[in-house]
Structure formats: structure tokens, C-alpha cells
Ligand binder design. Structure first.
Ligand code: PLP
Length: 363
């Protein structure tokens, strides 16, 4: 027994459920549960990590100058001091929440939003507030309807995980213009590269339209560096200064920093990954719909077929698991009748489609 107990709100956290691994698999496992890049990391990033490995006895550059310069050059950002880097973008979610929301405050998100926003809000004693969605999107008006005097942060993933839906840039701007200035607007662009460079530039420019807007990005998805844990953000100057004051001096490890700089400096790899994704996403959506599994359009690197009932979705999940294929159950996101399937290699996509065809034929 011990008298040591966490703060009361920490006990309220509903932990994040990761995509996980497949225990006891017979052969190679097809991993389509965590929206990873099927091509793996950029070979230039692997080389950069190899080189950096020889120097890991020395602390990294606490300013992460080379990485921030590389991000700035790739993203068209000249104010390098307004770029922050982090151990995964999860760390940005946590640090922003820690800085700006606490007991009595509200953190706003959409009904099917990425679950770390709520985990982080709860962990810091704030109340997560969910805006209802229609047809898997909320829209500016519904989001504004959720804003109160206590709202401190609005987290909006665009495209959103796990729905794959997105708001147009015009709708984002409408929302931005109407948001009261006491609300920090965090546009989470974890999947922005799958939309394309024009969209990436548009959300970057939104940061400069208002002093309350942040763009958050990750190296875990299109850059194929999920295990390296690297994220970044472009922030208004005052918020950037606050962020720098709270982050650990060495919050990004040197291997991740080297890999990220190499990867973001090579747009060819990103373009190739996006084109593969666009092609296969369309094929997957068409094939799943043809199987009688209604699958909406997606702007990201995953699709969410509807199995009609939670039981049927669970049966499909288990059926795939038995064939060493791991996809994501999304009941925790209030989408119990659907599964989220990441776009993988051509071979893996064909395997999951083949297995689902066999599953559908079982009825
Ligand atoms: C919308 C969204 N934001 C943020 C993250 C966190 O990514 P990471 O911490 O790996 O950068 C994810 C991961 O799945 C995500 O889907």
C-alpha cells in the first residue's frame, strides 16, 4: 500500500488504444492498423540515422538548427524561430494543452477526433468537449456552436483520423475568422501531405492570418518515421516562445533529428508515396463498395468500410487477424460498425481485399 496517488483528473484518463502488433502470428504480418508508410523510411533518412549513430554519446543541438532549417526550406517558412520540433506530434498536443488548458477549461474537438486530444485535455484537468458530426464531418457552424467562454483550445485534424474526411480551406478560414480570440486553433496536418503541396501551403499561410492559429505536422506518416518519434509545428511568435520555454532541451533524439532533416529535404519520396496512396485509395474504396461495404471518400492514407453492425465489424476484424492481417477497430471513436484500413503496399492491399471478399462471401 502507498499513500501516493495521482492528481484526481489523471485517474479519469481513458488511455489511448494503439494499433498494436499481432502476437503469435504464423508468418509475415500485414500491418494496416496504424497509417504507416508501406515504403518504410526514405533511404536517405536511414543513411542519416546511420551516420548520426556514431555521435549519440553527445547531446543533440538543443536548438535543432539543422532540422528546423530543413523544415523551413521544405515548407516555405522563413521564420525558423517559429518552428518547434517535438518527440512525435503527440508531444505538441501535450505541451500545448499543458500551457493553455487546465481545470475549469474546455478543449474542443469533433465527435470522431483523434483521441490524444481528449487524453491530453483530461490529463491536464481540462474538460474535452465534442462537437457532433453529420456524415463524418462537423463543419464550421457546428464547431462554432461548441465554443464557450471556457474553450481554450480547438484541435482539428484536417484530414481527420479516423474518418479521413476534411474541411475545405475556405471552410477552415471561415471558422478561423469566426473563432473568438481566446481560443487557440490547432490545425493538425498529420495527413496533409496526402492532400498535396497546395493544401500544405494553404494551412501554413493560415498561421499567418491570425495570432491564435497553429499548424501541427508529423514525420510518422508519409515520411515513414513513426518509430523515430518526430513532429513539428509552425506557431505564432508568442506561442512559439511559450512552447520553447516548456519543452525539454533535448526533446528530440539525434537520430530522429537527422532522419527528419534528410527526409523532408527529398520531396521525390513524398511525391512517390502520395501518388501510390492516391491510386490505391481509389482502388480500395471502389473494391470495398463493390463488395457491399459502404466506404466513404478519404483524403488520408486509410479508408473506413462500414460492415453494417458492430458484431459484423468485430467478426471481420477477427477474420483478418486469423489471416495475419491487422486493421484498426474504431469503436473507441464512436464508429463501431466500421474498421479503419491503412493503404499499404499493392500486395498487402490485394491481400486485405481478397480476405474481405472471402469474409463477405461467408454470409
Ligand atoms: C491526427 C493525428 N494527429 C497526431 C498523431 C500523432 O502522431 P505522432 O505522435 O506519431 O507524430 C496521429 C497519429 O496517428 C494522428 O492520426
Amino acid at each position: 500500500m502507498t499513500d501516493i496517488s495521482p492528481l484526481p483528473h489523471v485517474l479519469n484518463i481513458k488511455p489511448y488504444v494503439p494499433g498494436g502488433k499481432l502476437a503469435g502470428a504464423r508468418g509475415p504480418v500485414i500491418m494496416l492498423a496504424s497509417n504507416e508508410n508501406p515504403f518504410g523510411p526514405n533511404p536517405l533518412a536511414i543513411e542519416a540515422m546511420r551516420e548520426a549513430a556514431a555521435s549519440v554519446h553527445v547531446y543533440p543541438d538543443p536548438a535543432y538548427g539543422a532540422l528546423r532549417e530543413a523544415i523551413g526550406a521544405a515548407a516555405g517558412i522563413t521564420a525558423i524561430d517559429r518552428i518547434a520540433v517535438s518527440s512525435g506530434s503527440d508531444e505538441i498536443i501535450h505541451l500545448l494543452t499543458q500551457c493553455y488548458a487546465g481545470p475549469g477549461d474546455e478543449v474542443l474537438q469533433t465527435e470522431h477526433a483523434f483521441s490524444m486530444y481528449a487524453v491530453s485535455a483530461t490529463a491536464h484537468g481540462a474538460t474535452p468537449v465534442f462537437v457532433p458530426e453529420t456524415d463524418l464531418t462537423a463543419g464550421a457552424n457546428a464547431i462554432l456552436g461548441g465554443v464557450s467562454a471556457r474553450t481554450k483550445i480547438l484541435f482539428l485534424a484536417n484530414p481527420n483520423n479516423p474518418t479521413g474526411t476534411m474541411m475545405s480551406v475556405d471552410a477552415l478560414k471561415e471558422l478561423q475568422d469566426a473563432l473568438p480570440p481566446h481560443v487557440l486553433f490547432v490545425i493538425d496536418g498529420a495527413y496533409a501531405e496526402y492532400v498535396g503541396p497546395a493544401y500544405e501551403a494553404a494551412i501554413r499561410d493560415m498561421v499567418d492570418r491570425r495570432p491564435n492559429t497553429i499548424m501541427m505536422r508529423t514525420f510518422s506518416k508519409i515520411h515513414g518515421l513513426a518509430a523515430a518519434r518526430l513532429g513539428w509545428a509552425y506557431l505564432p511568435r508568442r506561442i512559439a516562445d511559450t512552447f520553447q520555454s516548456i519543452r525539454g532541451p533535448f526533446n528530440v533524439n539525434a537520430l530522429a533529428a537527422a532522419a527528419g532533416a534528410a527526409s523532408i529535404s527529398d520531396p521525390a519520396f513524398t511525391t512517390m508515396s502520395r501518388e501510390h496512396n492516391t491510386l490505391w485509395r481509389a482502388k480500395m474504396i471502389e473494391a470495398l463498395n463493390a463488395m457491399g461495404l459502404p466506404t466513404p471518400e478519404s483524403a488520408a492514407n486509410f479508408v473506413i468500410p462500414d460492415f453494417g453492425s458492430a458484431e459484423r465489424a468485430a467478426a471481420a476484424h477477427a477474420f483478418l487477424k486469423d489471416r495475419d492481417i491487422l486493421v484498426r477497430a474504431i469503436g473507441g471513436y464512436k464508429l463501431p460498425t466500421r474498421l479503419r484500413i491503412s493503404i499499404g503496399s499493392a500486395k498487402d492491399n490485394e491481400a486485405v481485399l481478397g480476405a474481405l471478399k472471402a469474409f463477405s462471401a461467408q454470409r
